[in-house]
Design a protein around this ligand. Sequence first.
Ligand SMILES: [Cu+2]
Length: 158
Amino acid sequence: MINGGMVSSRFIQGMAMAIASSGLAFAALGHEYYAAGFKIVHPWAMPTAPGAKTTVAFMRIEEISTADRLISARSPIAGAIEIRGPVPVARADAKTSTMASLKALELPVGANIEMSQRGVHLLLSDVKGPLPGDRSYPLTLIFEKAGTIETMMSMSPY
Ligand SMILES: [Cu+2]
């Protein structure tokens, strides 16, 4: 909550959405993990239906005080995890981008990274599913400097 307005409004929006979708008068706050040089907030993945082989995972990375790079991820529920993100495509008529596998996600000092479907996210393939929405699974994140961070990925955006 160090960023005042922006975080607060997102927080309130998140709370409102959680209350609207659950019918409950409270919401679980995002779980957090502290690494040397940054904080990881609420790793989560889309629940999957039976038969689905892929899903996507997201998190926020905040309070970055030491530049680092997310270089890989793994989980017992997925055969492989790729870091995906938009990369620019050179075209004569327009600037556009396409989704591609990234070697790493850069964590610049001072940045607040929010993974998203259209931005950077994790793509889990060969998923050992179905993955219902009321569970959590291990997600190991490997950073160049901070090393290996063990997290739990909830199957819910809240
Ligand atoms: Cu959480």
